[in-house]
Design a protein around this ligand. Structure first.
Ligand code: AGP
Length: 600
């Protein structure tokens, strides 16, 4: 997803902008740029590639205390220098950076910019050209800015410079995340507090369709009707050390290693004074009043939802459906009178999930967001929020957020079951501490998984993951991990489904990872392994202590069966990490991917 950073103050802005963009790199991008403004006007530096490439083209002799920066994840227009932000209008008076998608940009181009030669393929350039046109037609800048914003259909986070108003940055937000940072003698704007945490930890949330007139000493927030909105700043709850790699070679390895601590922290955060797990009574009641729960999510969060369904149905006896957010809008299932929607989202900014949230809220339904980012869009716009407490997850491939989602889902299931008086015969606090210990064992044994990655994945272009029951869902997650960071084609299959088609893909040497942690299907899944071995597959069986059999490649420490996914996924995370590393891929920022996908 694109990232935005802006600074207005008395210091030179270049390094603040570049460091800010570096903190946003984890979101994924393919080009970057900054625009700095001083009495000589606005100077733009931009290029395709990484921030390191951008640094090569910046003229460090230019002193400018106002500037904006941008990392672009291409939507309209291929990744190129021409399409990189910042973009300028034809007179070069106005300069803009934008995160989001303007759905009606072609119509606006035809209606307002017939006689303007656009230099890029982007929707963003249309915005800045229209602002310029409206000013040339006689509007003052603020009015031209607001009138342009009124025309836009879609999402935007915008920072705009006007070289004739050098003491101001014009800011606007709709659906895409954007914060204003409050400083002493300066102010900043950023897509994420992480970008400018080094200069301030005080931030003001912006709401949809708000405009900000930002100077170094003043922050004026207005809605599109020009009404001033007062809002107090909040303290960003990010510990600077959380967003540093420290001695780790990659954020992903650090975040895999953090999982035992995250599970322990979640238990602590959700333990009430009595020592029992609990959370906001209003949320408990909303869940218990629901006739059916609909979990809506994408990617890894969707995979967590698949496990969450079984946790909630088994412990709380509430029917649950799990849906891909990107499909839900068009395939809306028949809803009961009282559904409850749970949005699982690490970033809390995923556009596919957010658009379903908007849709079901308009229908009057209750919504709960489970997210790792307090104050994120999905958190702010849902009726309720449950936090994952996993700490910032920087690597594009989600690891600790996934196991945090499973841990929180298990707590939701247990609390709802207990609230209904069910005898669950599980001491979840105790069982989650066993899970954390098991995870510690696995991350300490990471080089065994490096050996497995070498043994099974060095000379392959595809790989399959099979399992039954919970292990099938973890196999889907394992396949996603492997494909998204090593670019090996990987797919997860239900073990029993192989014979209905996928087994045709099995050739001599095809690596097949099999997870066997569920006693009631242990023999069945091993039967499936025999089927693929008979056709030449190279099996890697990862089982759980107590269920292991001759030939298993790795035996996981035993944990409660319903919590096995939290442990079963760790080998797949590590195997994927090492496969990516050995292939020379960019582990933390894999090609084509963004950490939080704010476009639909
Ligand atoms: C997971 O490794 C991926 N990065 C991706 O599938 C991610 O889970 C998905 O985009 C959903 O993101 P969210 O949890 O922030 O909504």
């Amino acid at each position: 997803m694109c990232g935005i950073v802006g600074y207005i103050g008395s210091q030179d802005s270049k390094e603040i902008l570049l460091k800010g963009l570096e903190k946003l790199e984890y979101r994924g991008y393919d080009s970057a740029g900054i625009a700095v403004m001083n009495e000589a006007g606005v100077t733009v530096f931009k290029d395709i590639g990484r921030i390191a490439d951008l640094r090569e083209v910046v003229d460090y002799d230019v002193f400018a205390s106002v500037g904006i920066g941008h990392t672009r994840w291409a939507t309209h227009g291929v990744p190129s220098k021409r399409n990189a932000h910042p973009h300028q209008c034809e007179t070069e008076r106005f300069t803009i950076v934008h995160n989001g998608v303007i759905e009606n940009y072609e119509l606006l181009k035809q209606k307002y910019l017939k006689d303007v030669d656009l230099v890029s393929d982007t929707d963003t350039e249309v915005i800045v050209q229209i602002v310029n046109k409206f000013v040339n037609d006689g509007m003052v800048v603020e009015q031209a800015f607001s009138e342009t914003l009124r025309l836009l259909h879609g999402s935007y986070a915008i920072a705009l410079l006007d070289c004739e108003n050098r003491d101001t940055i014009y800011v606007a937000k709709n659906k895409s995340p954007l914060l204003v940072g409050v400083g002493e003698g300066f102010n900043v704007v950023a897509s994420d507090a992480m970008a400018t945490l080094q200069v301030t930890d005080q931030y003001i949330e912006l709401m949809d369709k708000e405009v900000v007139i930002l100077t170094k000493d003043n922050i004026t927030i207005k809605n599109l009707d020009g009404i001033v909105m007062e809002r107090a700043p909040f303290k960003a709850m990010i510990d600077a050390s959380d967003i540093e790699k420290g001695t780790y070679p990659h954020y992903m390895l650090k975040e895999i290693d953090e999982q035992p601590a995250v599970v322990r922290k979640i238990v602590q955060k959700y333990q009430g004074d009595s020592g029992k797990l609990t959370f906001d009574k209003k949320i408990i009641n909303a869940c218990l009043e629901a006739e059916r729960i609909f979990i809506v999510a994408c990617g890894t969060s969707y995979h967590a939802g698949l496990v969450g369904k079984h946790l909630i149905e088994n412990m709380a006896k509430i029917p649950v459906e799990v849906h891909l957010a990107s499909e839900f809008s068009y395939n809306m299932p028949l809803l009961p009178k009282k559904p409850l929607f749970i949005f699982i989202s690490q970033s809390g900014e995923t556009a596919d999930s957010r658009s379903v949230l908007v849709q079901v809220k308009e229908m009057g339904h209750k919504t709960l967001t489970m997210t790792n980012v307090p104050g994120s869009t999905l958190s702010r716009e849902a009726d309720f929020t449950l936090l994952l407490h996993a700490g910032p997850e920087i690597a594009v491939a989600s690891t600790k957020a996934y196991t945090a989602q499973l841990a929180v889902l298990s707590i939701v299931a247990e609390v709802l079951g207990r609230a209904q008086g069910f005898n669950l015969n599980i001491d979840l606090v105790h069982e989650l501490s066993i899970v954390a210990n098991a995870m510690s064992t696995l991350v300490e044994d990471k080089h065994t998984f490096e050996e497995i990655a070498t043994e099974f994945l060095s000379i392959t272009s595809n790989c399959f993951f099979i399992g039954r029951a919970h292990d099938y869902y973890v196999g889907l997650e394992g396949a996603l991990k492997l494909k998204e960071i090593s670019y090996i084609y990987a797919e997860g299959f239900a073990g029993g489904e192989l014979k209905h088609g996928p087994i045709a893909l099995v050739e001599k040497g095809t690596p097949i990872f099999c997870l066997a942690t569920q006693e009631h299907v242990n023999l069945s899944i091993r039967g499936n392994v025999k089927e693929v071995v008979a056709r030449g597959a190279n099996p890697c069986i990862i089982s759980m202590d107590g269920l292991q059999m001759e030939g298993d490649r790795y035996v996981l420490p035993a944990v409660h069966p319903v919590l096995a996914p939290l442990v079963g996924v760790v080998p797949f995370q590590l195997i994927s990490y090492y496969a990516s590393l050995h292939r020379g891929c960019d582990v933390d920022k894999p090609r084509n991917l963004a950490k939080s996908v704010t476009v639909e």
